[in-house]
Design a protein around this ligand. Structure first.
Ligand code: GDP
Length: 295
């Protein structure tokens, strides 16, 4: 699903989540383990108004495991509870109720001390489109519940889904927008296929991906496409284009005169990357934050 975000949609999306906050004990912020910052909403702290939050890095099956561990450490140092899951297989999702309970422990203990019977923790999953919100709800519920999330501006009766005895999830996730203003955020999202390619130029998206792989995953890239020479200066666009051409030649993307069809090569590269043929990768790492040139 692709949403065209206009200021009115953003305001409505935000309001929908804010209206639900009073019903909730906890918010599950779902982000993509391959791009944990770029797949976040830029105003998330403001929107959640201090509501207890569990950060869940989804699609961990596609991400570089060592970088995912670094990100979890990063979020924990920022004071957030964070875990990794793979919503499509269900790997790690049992941790969600466990962590939710940990986060709510003080409140639960207070209720018990007052002689109250603590009710189930009520939570909402929020995240940008395509991050896996519906997949996660369905996995946790053990059946098909969340076909799609809220369309901004469209409301429907919502229901609580029981996850075991101690957690209840709203059946409709909250959809948030990514940080569009930052072009690199757009490229990272596009490389993973999270936003439609028409928004950005296909060759530019592939260029961004190839450059990143040249810098951080050269072995996987060179092996897959039989590349011989690693670019000496990845900041030199000519060297990256030369790699794209080599990929195109390897895949037979040749047009008249022996030129490489870069558009076709770009499409093939992105398809192979997204379908996991180049192995697991993460497009941003915490250590990049110390180097503004990399963000
Ligand atoms: P939503 O827009 O946030 O509700 O996202 P969806 O649940 O519709 O998921 C978007 C796409 O990501 C679908 O093709 C899912 O199959 C896929 N997906 C979701 N979670 C995972 C995951 O953990 N691993 C992988 N490999 N794919 C996932």
């Amino acid at each position: 699903m692709t949403i065209q975000w206009f200021p009115g949609h953003m305001t409505r999306a935000r309001r929908q989540i804010e209206e639900k906050l009073k019903l909730l004990d906890l918010v599950i912020e779902l982000i993509d383990a391959r791009l944990p910052l770029s797949s976040r909403n830029p105003m998330i702290d403001d929107i959640l108004q201090g509501k207890p939050r569990l950060i869940v890095l989804n699609k961990a099956d596609l991400a570089d495991p060592s970088v995912t561990r670094e990100w979890i450490e990063y979020f924990r140092e920022e004071g957030h509870a964070a875990i990794q899951v793979d919503a499509s297989s269900g790997q790690g999702i049992k941790e969600i109720p466990v962590k939710a309970k940990e986060l709510m422990r003080e409140k639960i203990e207070r209720q018990i001390a007052k002689g109250m019977n603590p009710r189930a923790i009520r939570a909402l999953i929020v995240g940008i489109p395509n991050v896996g919100k519906s997949t996660l709800i369905n996995r946790m519920a053990g059946k098909n519940i969340a076909a799609t999330g809220d369309r901004p501006g469209v409301t429907k009766a919502q229901q609580w889904i029981k996850i075991g005895t101690e957690l209840e999830l709203l059946d409709t996730p909250g959809i948030l927008w990514p940080k569009f203003e930052d072009q690199n955020v757009g490229y990272r999202l596009a490389v993973t296929g999270a936003i439609r390619e028409e928004i950005l130029n296909l060759e530019d998206i592939a260029f961004f991906g190839v450059k990143y792989l040249v810098q951080y995953y050269w072995e996987a890239l060179s092996e897959r496409f039989d590349l011989k020479e690693q670019p000496q200066d990845p900041d030199n666009p000519d060297e990256i284009v030369a790699v794209m051409e080599a990929i195109g030649r390897k895949r037979g993307c040749i047009v008249s005169g022996g030129r490489v069809d870069l558009e076709k090569a770009s499409g093939i590269f992105l398809r192979e990357l997204r379908s996991g043929k180049l192995g697991r990768y993460t497009l941003e790492a915490p250590f990049h934050l110390n180097n503004p040139a990399l963000i």
